[in-house]
Design a protein around this ligand. Structure first.
Ligand SMILES: NC(=O)c1ccc[n+]([C@@H]2O[C@H](COP(=O)([O-])OP(=O)(O)OC[C@H]3O[C@@H](n4cnc5c(N)ncnc54)[C@H](O)[C@@H]3O)[C@@H](O)[C@H]2O)c1
Length: 401
């Protein structure tokens, strides 16, 4: 006899791109992972914009909407919170959610720098609530397979890693100066927005980064005020970086102990749309992956013939999680599917103590590297980054070897 699905009351803070995507991920959970036996109930969504609230009711099916997020946190019918607000609200909402005893799934960057992330981490530890971070580039089946291959030692000793996260979404100089370009609202620019994903991906695959040096630059110096806003018609300064590059050295405790990395990231690249690539090199082989070719993994392994070249593997049911989404080999999965996997890990962490989720320690581990990168860009020096206890990178160092 099957038991009735367990209701899971969802509370959403902000109904923008991410708020809509988290909601679709919860909607898909019972279809993709029926064994979880949960029935998401869309209890309440908050947004200061009426259009967001209307969408939450009319399209996403939330039972009620509010303008003040605090009403989401205090609703006893809400079991879990999705925090999809702009960056400047992450610390305020995350700390309040923890104090309300609600587990939460929060978008990156978690706060406007490591000091805010650490404050959220402290509140989470005090409350003992589960968390999950929007580090969705951990989830592609090709990346999970890459991680397995690295763990099994198929690449030999890891020597170096290259990562390039290039987006073109801010390349139009006439695009309005939205909250992302204002330090008080966003914190850093492309560092927090894209580089944070790449740093997490490196932590996920290879273990903790031990030190970093960085350079940053701003190339579109002014943008027009948001249409309809108080600054419409004015040109306003861009307050954070458009481009960043990092050299990193992995910590001695890392799976990739002593390996070096070269990372760069732009959100004003003309041409690339979402070229998010990572390449890992070892003494016996190499692998590379690009988000624009989400369903492929390229692998070069030394064999007894001595001939070496990259082979392109298309996703099939030998890739972790793939068969959950597609029965036919090579049929593409998409970005939204990554959030369904992320939602599954979040719900498992809440219901039965699952540990596959990214957590608040991972958010702090990534934020520490970014804050160290900002300090390095200012001083021109290498900056050490502490290993964060409880982070996946730390576990990667101590357990997976
Ligand atoms: N994981 C990823 O790949 C990914 C992708 C995009 C964005 N993000 C992150 O998600 C977060 C949200 O980004 P987005 O692209 O969804 O933004 P968005 O601009 O699409 O939506 C933001 C929403 O927040 C609402 N809002 C503003 N002030 C509010 C308040 N006081 N209370 C409640 N709602 C408020 C706005 O009205 C809007 O609906 C950011 O932190 C961003 O960095 C992550």
């Amino acid at each position: 006899m099957t038991t009735a699905p367990r209701p899971l009351g969802i509370g959403l803070v902000s109904v923008g791109w991410m708020g809509r995507l988290h909601s679709r991920a919860y909607q898909n959970l019972p279809l993709v992972y029926p064994e979880l036996n949960v029935a998401p109930r869309f209890v309440v969504a908050a947004d200061t914009a009426a259009a967001g609230r209307d969408y939450a009711t009319n399209v996403l099916g939330y039972e009620r909407t509010v303008a003040d997020y605090r009403e989401v946190l205090s609703d006893p019918e809400v079991d879990v919170i999705s925090i999809c607000a702009p960056n400047f609200l992450h610390a305020e909402v995350g700390i309040a959610a923890a104090q309300a005893g609600k587990p939460f799934w929060i978008e990156k960057p978690v706060g406007r720098g490591a000091h805010e992330t650490a404050a959220i981490r402290d509140a989470v530890l005090a409350a003992g609530v589960a968390t999950t971070i929007g580090f969705n580039y951990r989830q592609p089946p090709a990346i999970q397979l890459a991680r397995q291959l690295i763990t099994e030692g198929k690449l030999g000793t890891i020597t170096n890693v290259r990562g390039r996260f290039f987006g073109g979404f801010n390349s139009d100089p006439n695009a309005p100066r939205a909250w992302r370009f204002v330090r008080e609202h966003s914190g850093s620019g492309v560092l927090g927005d894209l580089m944070g994903h790449l740093v997490d991906l490196a932590h996920f695959l290879l273990g903790p980064i031990g030190s970093v040096t960085a350079s940053t630059g701003t190339y579109i110096h002014e943008r027009p005020g948001v249409p309809g806003g108080p600054d419409e018609g004015k040109l306003l300064p861009v307050e954070n970086e458009d481009y960043a590059n990092l050299l990193v050295r992995f910590d001695e405790s890392a799976l990739a102990a002593g390996a070096l990395g070269v990372f760069d990231s732009s959100w004003i690249a003309v041409g690339p749309k979402a070229e998010y690539t990572i390449e890992v090199f070892g003494t016996q082989g190499s692998l590379r992956w690009d988000f624009e070719r989400l369903n492929e993994l390229e692998l070069a392994l030394r064999d007894e013939t001595g001939r070496v070249g990259y082979t392109r593997f298309m996703a099939d049911d030998s890739f972790p999680e793939y068969a959950r989404f597609q029965p036919g080999s090579g049929t593409p999965m998409g970005y939204d599917d990554l959030k369904v996997i992320e939602a599954r890990k979040f719900v498992e962490a809440i219901l039965d103590g699952g540990t596959e989720n990214s957590n608040i320690h991972d958010a702090l581990a990534s934020a520490q590297v970014l804050t160290a990168a900002e300090a390095s860009a200012a001083s021109g020096q290498w900056v050490a980054t502490p290993v964060i206890e409880g982070s996946t990178a730390n576990l990667r160092a101590t357990k997976a070897r």
